[in-house]
Ligand binder design. Sequence first.
Ligand SMILES: Nc1ncnc2c1ncn2[C@@H]1O[C@H](COP(=O)(O)OP(=O)(O)OP(=O)(O)O)[C@@H](O)[C@H]1O
Ligand SMILES: [Mg+2]
Length: 240
Amino acid sequence: MAITMARTNILKLENIWFAYEKGKYVLKDISLSILKGDKIGIVGPNGSGKTTLIKHLNGLLSPEKGRIFYNGYEVKKRRELTRHVGLVFQNPEDQVFFPIVEEDIAFGPRNQGLKEEEVFTRVKEAMEYLKITHLAKRSFFSLSFGEKKKVSIAGVLAMRPEIMVLDEPTLGFDPWSKKEFLEIIDEVSKRSAIVITTHDLEVLDHVNRIIMIMDGQIKEEFVDKKEFMTKVFEHGLNEK
Ligand SMILES: Nc1ncnc2c1ncn2[C@@H]1O[C@H](COP(=O)(O)OP(=O)(O)OP(=O)(O)O)[C@@H](O)[C@H]1O
Ligand SMILES: [Mg+2]
C-alpha cells in the first residue's frame, strides 16, 4: 500500500474576488493552495487574469472578497506576504530599483534586513546561477531585453523566497538561455515552491500542476503536460 504524506500548505487563497473597476470582476471566486514542493504552471488566454492572480500571491494586490492564509494564519496586511513570496514581473523594466546591476540585485536581500556579507554572497550566487556575473557593473538600462530579464530573476532569487512566482519568465529568452533557466528552476524548486504563468509549452515539462484560468476563473487543473495537451488540444475545452 502506498503511503502518501500530506504536504504542507504554504499559501492558500480562499474564494478570491477582484475587480480593477467597480463591479467588473477580473478574478471570480478563485481558490488555490500552494503546497511545499509545488511547481505550478498557470496557463490561460491573454487577459484571463493570470497576472492579476499572481499579484495577489505577494500582496501587490489585495482581494475585494475572499481570504488569504499563510502557513495557516490569515493574512491581514498584504505586505506580510512580501518577504515570503518573491514575484518576477513580466516586464523587467517594471522591477528596476537601482541602475547598476549588482546594486539592483542587492536591493531585495538588503531590504530583508540581511547583513552586508550575506547580501554579497546572495548577489554573487544569484549572478552565477543566471550567468550574468560579467554584467555586475553595467547599467541596467543598457542591457538587452533577455539580460534585463535575467537580472530581475536574479534579484528575486537572491531573496530566497519561500515561494518564487514568475510572470512569463521565458519570454524573450534565446533557446540556450531558456534551457539554462529551466535548469535553474528545477534547482531552485528544491528549496522554494514555484509558480509560473506561461504561454510556453516547454515550461510545462517542468511543473507538477497545471492550472488553467479562463475569464477569471480556474477552469481546470491538470497533473501534467500530457494530460493538459490531450484534453485541451485534442478534445477542446468544453469536452472532458
Ligand atoms: N490596471 C488595470 N486596470 C484595469 N484593468 C486591468 C488592469 N490590469 C489588467 N486589467 C484587465 O484585467 C484583465 C486581466 O488582465 P491580466 O493582466 O491579469 O491578464 P493575463 O491573463 O495576465 O494576460 P496576458 O496573457 O496577456 O499576460 C484584462 O482584461 C486586463 O485588461
Ligand atoms: Mg499576464
